[in-house]
Design a protein around this ligand. Structure first.
Ligand SMILES: Nc1ncnc2c1ncn2[C@@H]1O[C@H](COP(=O)(O)OP(=O)(O)O)[C@@H](O)[C@H]1O
Ligand SMILES: [Mg+2]
Length: 373
C-alpha cells in the first residue's frame, strides 16, 4: 500500500529552485534514510510531505488511511501539563474514552441500580481495552524511560524541562501516537548513546514506515533499508541499506563520469568537424551536425564533483605538542564531585569523543577546561 506519493514536484524560494520534477512514493513498510548536504532541502521535503508547505507545481497524494507523524519544532501551550499526560495527548481518542468511562462510572455511583448505565460502562471499558488503552499507559512509560527520562520526572510539569528535554518529550509523543508514517528530522540530536541505541531497537520493532534524517551514520545503518539522496533537485533511490549505499553511490558516480567524458569527447569531435566544414563543400553535413549538437541531451558531472570554492588557512606558530594536561582533578559543583581522580593529557591533533549518559558531567568538563567552572 502507498502511504504517500509526490508527483512532479517543483518548489522554489524566490528564484532558487529546491526541487524540480521530483517524484516519490512511500510504501507502508519503507524505512528510508533521507540524505544530502545541509541546505539541500531535507526539512523542506518533510514540510511538503506533511502539507505544512505547498509545492509550487505538482501534487502530493495522500490516502485517507495515512497518518503522518512529525515533530513540530516547538511545543506550544503545554507548560502546565505533566510529562506523562503530554505524551498521552498522542492518543486523543483514548483520552476521550477514558473521560467517558470516568463520567459513566460517576453516573453509576449516583444511580447504582441502573442496568443500562452498568452495561454502558462495560461497553466503554471493553472498547478502551480493545483500542489498547491499558497497554498504551505502560507503553508511554517504556518510551519515556527509553528516551532517558528518569521515573521521578514523569510527573513533572513541561515548563520544568529544558529545550532538549522538551524535544525528547515530543519524540516520545510521536512514537506513542498512531501515525503509520513517521518523519524524523535528526531524532538523535538530544539523545545520549544509551537512548540512541534504545531508539534504534524501538524503531526496528515498530510496524510503521519512517523516513529519517540523521548525521549519525551508525544510527542510519542500523535503522533503515533504503536511502533517498537528494541530488540534482530530485531524489535518487538506493535499495540496499546505508552501507551499500555508499558503495553503490560511488559506482553510479563513476558511471556518470564515464558517460560525461564520452559525451564531451563526442562534442569536441563534432565541433571540430563543424568548424572545419561550415564554409567548405560539406556545409550541409556541418549544418545537420550543428542541429544534432543542439538537440543532444547533455549530461552533467555528478553534483559532488562540480567545482566549488576552496579555502586555505595559514597556520600560525605551532605551540608545544601537549595542549592540555589534567592532573588529579575532580569535576563538579561545590562538594558534589561528578568525577574525581582524573588524569589526562591532550596532544595536538587529538580528536576526542566525550561520551556518557545525560547528566554525567560532559558539559561540566568542557566548562571546567574553559575556566568557566
Ligand atoms: N522559508 C524559506 N524561505 C526561503 N528559503 C528557504 C526557506 N526555508 C528553507 N529555505 C532554503 O531552502 C533550502 C533548503 O533548506 P532545508 O530544507 O532546511 O535544507 P536541509 O534540511 O536539507 O538542511 C536552503 O537553501 C534554505 O536556505
Ligand atoms: Mg534540515
Amino acid at each position: 500500500m502507498t502511504l504517500l506519493a509526490g508527483e512532479n514536484i517543483l518548489k522554489q524560494y524566490s528564484d532558487y529552485i529546491i526541487f524540480e520534477e521530483m517524484s516519490f512514493s512511500i510504501g507502508d513498510n519503507d524505512r528510508i534514510g533521507l540524505v544530502g548536504p545541509n541546505g539541500i532541502g531535507k526539512t523542506t521535503l518533510f514540510e511538503i510531505m506533511t502539507g505544512n508547505i505547498s509545492p509550487d507545481q505538482g501534487k502530493i497524494v495522500k490516502p485517507k488511511s495515512s497518518l503522518i507523524g512529525y515533530v513540530e519544532q516547538e511545543i506550544i501551550g503545554h507548560d502546565n501539563t505533566i510529562l506523562i499526560d503530554f505524551v498521552a495527548t498522542a492518543r486523543e481518542d483514548l483520552l476521550k474514552l477514558k473521560a467517558d468511562i470516568d463520567r459513566i462510572a460517576h453516573e453509576l455511583e449516583e444511580n447504582p441500580e441502573s442496568h443500562k448505565t452498568l452495561e454502558k460502562l462495560g461497553n466503554y471499558q471493553h472498547r478502551f481495552e480493545t483500542e489498547g488503552g491499558y497497554a498504551f499507559e505502560s507503553e508511554i512509560k517504556i518510551i519515556l524511560a527509553g528516551l532517558g527520562f528518569p521515573r521521578d520526572r514523569f510527573q513533572s510539569r513541561m515548563s520544568s524541562f529544558s529545550g532538549g528535554e522538551k524535544n525528547r518529550a515530543s519524540l516520545a509523543r510521536l512514537l506513542a501516537g498512531r501515525s503509520n508514517l513517521l518523519l524524523l528530522d535528526e531524532p538523535t540530536n538530544h539523545l545520549d548513546i544509551e537512548s540512541t541505541i534504545w531508539l534504534e531497537e524501538y524503531l526496528k520493532s515498530l510496524n510503521k514506515a519512517y523516513i529519517i534524517v540523521s548525521h549519525d551514520r551508525t544510527f542510519l545503518a542500523n535503522t533503515i533499508d533504503k536511502v533517498w539522496e537528494i541530488t540534482s533537485k530530485k531524489i535518487d533511490q538506493y535499495f540496499n541499506g546505508f552501507d551499500k549505499f555508499l558503495v553503490e553511490r560511488e559506482e553510479r558516480r563513476r558511471l556518470k563520469r564515464h558517460i560525461f567524458k564520452h559525451q564531451q569527447d563526442e562534442i569536441r569531435q563534432i565541433e571540430y568537424f563543424i568548424r572545419k566544414n561550415m564554409a567548405g563543400q560539406k556545409t550541409k553535413q556541418a549544418q545537420s551536425k550543428q542541429k544534432y549538437l543542439e538537440r543532444m541531451e547533455k549530461f552533467d558531472l555528478p553534483e559532488s564533483e562540480q567545482i566549488g570554492p576552496s579555502f586555505t588557512v595559514e597556520a600560525g606558530q605551532r605551540s608545544h605538542n601537549l595542549v592540555l594536561a589534567i592532573e588529579d582533578a575532580s569535576f563538579g559543583y561545590g562538594h558534589r564531585p561528578l568525577l574525581s581522580d582524573v588524569n589526562l593529557n591532550i596532544y595536538r591533533g587529538d580528536r576526542i569523543g566525550l561520551i556518557g549518559v545525560n547528566g554525567s558531567g560532559k558539559t561540566t568538563i568542557l566548562k571546567t577546561i574553559l575556566g568557566e567552572v
